[in-house]
Design a protein around this ligand. Sequence first.
Ligand code: R5P
Length: 306
Amino acid sequence: MKLVVIGGSGNLSLAESIAGRLGTRVCPFEANRFPDGELHVEVPATVRGGDVYLVQPTGPPVDGHLMELLLLADACRRAGAGRLTAVVPYLGYARQDRRVNKGEAVGARVVADLLGVGAFERIVAVDLHNVSLEGFFGIPLEHLSAVPLLASALEGLVTDKSVLVAPDLGAVKLAERYAELLHRPITIVHKTRLSGEEVRVYGIVGEVAGRTPVIVDDMVSTAGTIEAAAAALSAAGCLREITVVASHALLVGPALRRLSTLPLKRLLVTDSLPVAEHGSLPLQVVSLAPMLAETLARLNGGESMS
Ligand code: R5P
C-alpha cells in the first residue's frame, strides 16, 4: 500500500523529518477555524487507498492537538484511506491513568477510546507514562522507547562517579533500564505530588554523596519534580553538576525558571515535542525521526518489529 505521511500541527518538523527519511514528503492538508473556534480540516484525494500515518504528538495545547488528530483521522477515512495509523510520539492525558481521588476521571482511558474506537487501526507511541496503558487500547499499540537512544547519547558522558536517579517511585523501572545500559547504580527519590505544579520530597534511598546525578524521567513538565529532586540531592551531598534525561520535554509554566536556577550541566531530551532553544539552557535534543521512520517502513512493509 502506498505510504502517506501527514503531519499535524503538534510537531510538523518531526513529521517532515520522518517523511524525508522515507523518501517522501508530508501530505499537505487544509486547516482553518470557524469564527467560533471550531477546527475544520480537509485532506487531499491522494490519501485514497493509502497506508496513512498521522504524526501528531498531543502536547500543549493538548485538547487542540487531540481534536486535530481525530478530525484528520475522520477526514482520511471518509476520503478512502486504506489503513490509518496514529503516530503519537507524546500522548497527552497519559498521566491520568488511575483515580487518586474518587471523583476523578481516568483521562488516559477516555483518550485511548477516542483514538481506538473507530478512528485508527493502530497506534505508534513512544515512552508512554505507564507501560500498562497498552491495556487501555483495544487496537494494536506499537510502544517504542527512546531510552536506548538517550542512553547511547549519555555514553562517554557518564563516569565512575555518575549515579542514575529516579526522581519518584514511578520512575524506578525507567532508571533500572538506564542503569542496565549504562552500568551505573541507581538512587530513588521519595516524592509526593501536591498539585499540578508542586511536589514534596521526603527522602532519598541510595548513596549520592560526592557523585554526579543523572536524573531520568519520562517527561519534564513544570520541572517541579526535577527541582525538588535536585534540592534533595544537593542536601544529600551530591556534586553540583546535574544531568536531566527525559523522553518528553513539555517545559510548561515555571519549567524554564526552575531549570535556570539549577546547577544543570545537560538537559537531554527527544524531539517528541517541538523543543525551542532556551537561552542558557544546556539543551541536547536526540531526534526520534530515524526510529519512527524505520518503524513506519516496517509497518508499511508488513515486516517484523523486533
Ligand atoms: C510523574 O509521574 C512523571 O513521571 C513526571 O515526573 C512528572 O509528570 C513531571 O512533571 P513536572 O515536571 O511538572 O514535575
